[in-house]
Design a protein around this ligand. Structure first.
Ligand SMILES: NC(=O)c1ccc[n+]([C@@H]2O[C@H](COP(=O)([O-])OP(=O)(O)OC[C@H]3O[C@@H](n4cnc5c(N)ncnc54)[C@H](OP(=O)(O)O)[C@@H]3O)[C@@H](O)[C@H]2O)c1
Length: 345
């Protein structure tokens, strides 16, 4: 097939750079347009961007001219890395112009008629796109920690039923965007507060694990999550202690077997960004660790270890995954690939 023309909006930022990296050698997409704020508009991408990915900037991108995000994208698809608070109307406006928009911002998540999807978990929620009245649409990703937490929850909720969840996150600096958290605040330290984050982690997984009930609405999963979110001096990879109360009190062995067998709803579809194992189980005593495990499945797998019985709940474990790939850009690209297979893109 001819490559699908993709614009990256917010291209100069942390998530935007991941989009550039993931799309540069993608078999189905070609980056035809880049946009950011008026600060960057008119500059070349190389001039406008503090490239912060360890791999080199892909060939050819540096010479492209960055447009103002308000201009018409020269593309069919928009991969959006626009800040929350600005993204809502801008992304809806792109969709009204007939573009298919893949969003990472909080603004349009959980709005009626706008799917919030982790591809392996709830692709049925894409059915709401069949009911739309325009060519364009917006598809959203969950919050980065919410995505990392939801992937191991999914097989356990399907197999046993989750009755309650408690999570304490240790979130990487790249999750705060560029330039991120001031060095004087985070060096030799952690910050036990990330504005707005706990509400997202307590609500978005329930939406993703919920059922599409028609007319653009989702009935959330019927359990509660309690979250504490912290920022730690790690560059990339969100980690978390996850404690779950499961129906029927399954054994730790049963939980490990369920996590290990999980392949999710992308299995067998041949999607380029789908990892063979969305959840990787490790029995190493001191893993997962963000520096060592964030690249699992090219950044698309979440690693779970330290699975053990919990004296208060049923089971507890430690989870880690890439916030900019699985938690953002890679998740958007995987959703787009799924919609190509479904004929909706
Ligand atoms: N970082 C993560 O791990 C992560 C994970 C999940 C979701 N997200 C979400 O993804 C989005 C992007 O986050 P980020 O971490 O990449 O932020 P970032 O590093 O601060 O980048 C923000 C991008 O948005 C552009 N921008 C700023 N103001 C704009 C405006 N008025 N109009 C158009 N573009 C504008 C910036 O362009 P200039 O360079 O021109 O200023 C830059 O390209 C946010 O909604 C965030 O919540 C981030």
């Amino acid at each position: 097939m001819d490559p699908i023309r993709a614009a990256v909006v917010g291209a100069t930022g942390t998530v935007g750079q991941r989009f550039i990296q993931l799309l540069s050698d993608h078999p189905w997409f070609e980056v035809t347009d880049l946009a950011a704020s008026e600060r960057s508009a008119g500059k070349t991408y190389a001039e406008a961007t503090q490239w912060a990915i360890d791999a080199p900037m892909p060939d050819g991108v540096g010479a492209m001219t960055v447009k103002d995000a308000g201009a018409d994208p020269d593309a069919d698809v928009v991969f959006s890395a626009i800040p929350g608070g600005l993204a809502g109307p801008m992304e809806r406006d792109y969709a009204a112009r007939g573009l298919k928009v893949f969003s990472n911002a909080r603004d349009n998540r959980r709005a009626d008629g706008i799917p919030l999807v982790i591809t392996e978990v709830n692709p049925e929620h894409f059915d709401m796109l069949e009911e739309r009245k325009t060519d364009g649409y917006v598809v959203t990703n969950g919050n980065c920690s919410g995505i990392v937490a939801t992937l191991p929850m999914h097989p356990l909720h399907e197999a046993f039923g989750i009755e309650a969840a408690h999570v304490v996150t240790m979130q990487a600096l790249s999750g705060a965007g560029w330039p991120g958290v001031p060095s004087m605040q985070i060096t030799d330290n952690l910050v036990p507060f990330i504005g707005g984050e706990e509400d997202k982690v307590e609500t978005e997984p329930l939406h993703v694990l919920g059922r599409y009930s028609g007319n653009g609405k989702v009935t959330p999963a019927a359990f509660r999550i309690s979250a504490t979110c912290t920022r730690v001096p790690v560059l990339e990879g969100h980690s978390m202690a996850l404690h779950l109360k499961l129906k029927g009190s399954p054994s730790t062995d049963d939980v490990v077997k369920t996590l290990s067998a999980y392949r999710g709803k992308t299995a067998g579809l041949g999607l380029p960004s789908a990892p063979e194992r969305p959840v990787v189980y490790t029995d190493m005593a001191d893993r997962p660790q963000p520096r060592r495990d964030r690249d699992a499945g090219k950044g698309m797998s979440v690693t779970v270890g330290r699975v053990r019985a919990d004296p208060l709940m049923t089971v507890k474990c430690f989870v880690s995954g890439s916030n900019t790939i699985r938690g953002a850009a890679g998740q958007s690209v995987l959703n787009a690939e799924y919609l190509i297979k479904k004929g909706l893109l």
